[in-house]
Design a binder for this molecule. Sequence first.
Ligand SMILES: [Zn+2]
Length: 283
Amino acid sequence: MRLDNSRESDNVEDRRASGPRIGGRGTIGIGTIVLALVAMYFGVDPSVVLQMAEGPPMQQEAPASRPPANDPQAIFVSKVLGETEDTWSAIFQKDLNRQYVAPKLVLFRGATPTACGTGQSAMGPFYCPGDSKVYIDLSFFDELQNRFKAPGDFAQAYVIAHEVGHHVQHLLGISDQVDNLRRRNPSQANALSVRMELQADCFAGLWAQRADAARNILEGGDVEEALGAATAIGDDRLQKQSQGYVVPDAFTHGSSAQRVRWFKRGLESGSIKQCDTFSASSL
Ligand SMILES: [Zn+2]
């Protein structure tokens, strides 16, 4: 990948130095509640005790710290995120006549609080629509290279672009519609998830095509790297590795072949209309 001409995003929030913040200051423990009950018994307003226990606002709400300048991996992530911002802003403006609102990207280690519950690195990178943030523990990229045998910078960029694809789905109201459908048809929940995931792959391909057309970011071998990653993290592959057999009903991301097909579809067409996985008769 060529990112010399790419700017770094301002939307990276680096939580790596602080480590897991679960259950830290600012939480109300059982002890506090007991104390509040005792206070109530003695005629003290319990909210005073609760307020005291809560203390100053959680550190979490302090301005996001940016990654250090001597951290090539964080700079890479920041540049790829910047590329998604510039590309999606242009697509939203030109193709959808709308304003793109960029997501934040949180770098964390181990575990971190999110609006979707506790984020854990074992879950792999994910997007939380509740706070419009992409969460990544960078150790996933080592795993991508070593465990999934999908090396290369563009394989990593594809993973980020896929998560940003979920943000685009959120902005366009697709995620909400799918959530409603899932609630009404629980038996279709997995099939709907697959269509969501394949659309995020198609959006990743579309991003790559548009970003390359604008700033020449692709180098020889890059597309193969992304396809390698799409193959490696298809559900059939992941299931074979973890259980030794494949259970198609439990698919939530699509098979390796499907992921490759939809990424390519976005990449080759460069058109958002081509990414309608929901009306596609075959995936
Ligand atoms: Zn996904």
